[in-house]
Design a protein around this ligand. Structure first.
Ligand code: GAP
Length: 489
């Protein structure tokens, strides 16, 4: 873990995230979210829920984390969910063979088989001790478990939340009154036994996904009801041949870069969502995956990549999964995975916006990080108010003369109105501002001697340090306005 990275250091110091099992030496690839991290993570999920589920007219489920082996046989994971592994003969460390070759040679090696990677590794030494690396083998990255006593039933911790939605399709179609398109989302944990988990929240072994499977007839793929809201979003696309172009979802469909409107819609929406959450445009690119990088279940894939201090990393993907999953589950289970559409039965096709939570969480923190300057003698986070753990802090200027009681009353009233605020009476005002800024709190409210006279407080703005005198009764309106979050193209 790189705790010399100032964002990682701040995240650990202020309890956004904590290494799991830390008192026993930690467990690579596992993290626990701390108090402010949990608040922020839940806000990210709430925004997704509002903009990507409710506003689209979709529904959500909450599936089990452990799935029977058959589910993952049908989906193709049992056969194909592997990563190339090499071990050092000297220090015995294991590495992702493809990552080592890419780092040592700068060449893209996606799609090469184990023999081809072994050849490429001949000139590469162990990055840890310089030792000789072994032949490449394929390592299965699902965690297997047994459910029940004795032999038990073979099962796996799910490697993606998506499968819980596919296997429930017949019931979901029935309980939602048999209409297509049917969008079903889910926020939940996914588990992958990554060979070398690293880069903090970027490559974990247990992580959270918020995925949507949109089931529809192939006839509906080119008519998204909210197309006009997204079709003109300007985005930077890396084409399959590696060339970068400025484009829009509408252009992508017109030029047949995107196979259909639904896929292009979600490419545009993802771009809009993360630019609204503060990731600078220059640090985002939408990558159209070349054929050899496209997952086995997908006909077309677009990944949103973000430039971080660990390099360009995938934040989320949008896939056209066709009828792959439903057809395979129908074959192996012998159950019908069909829907009535117009006058006949069809196996619906699927568009999948598959968004991670932890990677974008980290990317938003990095985009918001501001180092110390002459004007501000402390590090701080310029988080968009809508995602900041707290919208405001409330301070008594002095710990006497009724000020703590008044500050607690203001805190209670704002909490009752649904605002996330916290009370802090410890240390100088400067120290309290610094502590609030460090976790990205957009406002600080201070109760002072004038409050008792005219019912006003000082409202300090995090970004400018500007202070306004405002009436206590105006606070809910001011804080409410700051929390406004729109997705406008
Ligand atoms: N259902 C499709 C699917 O799971 P994916 O590209 O493998 O696609 C989707 O994963 C998202 O899940 C990624 O874009 C990323 O945000 C997150 N993710 C995947 N593996 C991860 C890992 N090891 N650690 C943290 N997040 C991960």
């Amino acid at each position: 873990m790189d705790d010399r990275n100032p964002v990682v250091e701040l995240a650990l110091r202020r309890g956004f995230v904590m290494p799991s099992s830390e008192i026993y030496g930690g467990l690579a690839g596992f993290y626990d979210y701390g108090p402010v991290g949990t608040l922020m993570k839940n806000k990210l999920i709430s925004l997704w829920r509002h903009h990507c589920i409710r506003k689209e007219g979709y529904v959500e489920i909450d599936g089990a984390n452990i799935l029977r082996e058959e589910v993952l046989k049908a989906s193709g994971h049992v056969k194909s969910f592997t990563d190339p592994l090499t071990r050092c003969s000297k220090c015995k460390n294991s590495f992702r063979a493809d990552h080592l070759v890419e780092e040592a040679t700068g060449q893209r090696v996606e799609g090469l088989d184990a023999n081809q990677l072994t050849k490429k590794l001949e000139k590469v030494k162990c990055p840890n001790c310089g030792g000789k690396l072994s032949k490449v083998e394929l390592f299965h990255t699902m965690f297997d478990v047994r459910a029940g006593t004795s032999e038990g039933t073979r099962a796996y911790l799910r490697p993606e939340t998506a499968q819980s939605i596919f296997i429930n399709f017949p019931r979901l179609f029935s309980v939602t009154r048999e209409k297509l398109p049917l969008g079903v989302g889910q926020v939940g944990r996914a588990f992958r036994n990554e060979i070398s988990p690293r880069n903090f929240l970027i490559r974990m072994r247990e992580f959270t996904q918020m995925e949507i499977e949109i089931f529809l007839s192939p006839d509906q793929l080119d008519s998204h009801p909210n197309w006009n809201e997204i079709k003109d979003v300007k985005l930077r696309l890396v084409k399959q041949d590696g060339k970068e172009v400025e484009t829009t979802p509408e252009e992508m469909v017109r030029q047949k870069i995107a196979p259909n409107q639904y896929l292009a819609y979600w490419v545009g929406k993802a771009w809009l969502f993360y630019s609204a959450l503060g990731i600078p445009r220059k640090n985002m690119r939408m990558k159209h995956l070349p054929k050899d990088e496209t997952p086995f279940y997908s006909k077309s894939n677009f990944d949103l990549e973000v430039k971080t201090s660990f390099g360009w990393k995938e934040a989320l993907g949008t896939a056209y999964r066709t009828d792959h999953d439903l057809s395979e589950h129908a074959k192996l289970s012998g159950k019908k995975m069909e829907a009535m559409f117009e006058n006949g039965k069809i196996i619906p096709h699927v568009i999948e916006p598959s968004w991670g939570v932890d990677r974008p969480f980290y990317m938003i923190l990095e985009a918001a990080y501001r180092p110390k300057t002459k004007e501000k003698d402390w590090e701080w986070l310029q988080l968009p108010p809508v995602i900041a753990p707290y919208i405001s802090a409330v301070f008594p200027l002095m710990r006497k003369d009724g000020q703590p009681e008044k500050a607690l009353e203001v805190t209670k009233n704002l909490l009752e109105k649904g605002f996330d605020v916290f009370y802090d009476k410890t240390g100088s005002i400067g120290k309290r501002y610094a502590r609030a800024d460090e976790i990205g709190t957009p406002f600080c409210i201070t109760i002072d001697y004038d409050t008792a006279k005219d019912n006003t407080v000082t409202l300090r703005h995090r970004d400018t340090g500007k202070q306004d005198r405002v009436k206590i009764e105006e606070l809910p309106k001011l804080l409410g306005e700051a929390l406004n979050f729109e997705l406008n193209a």
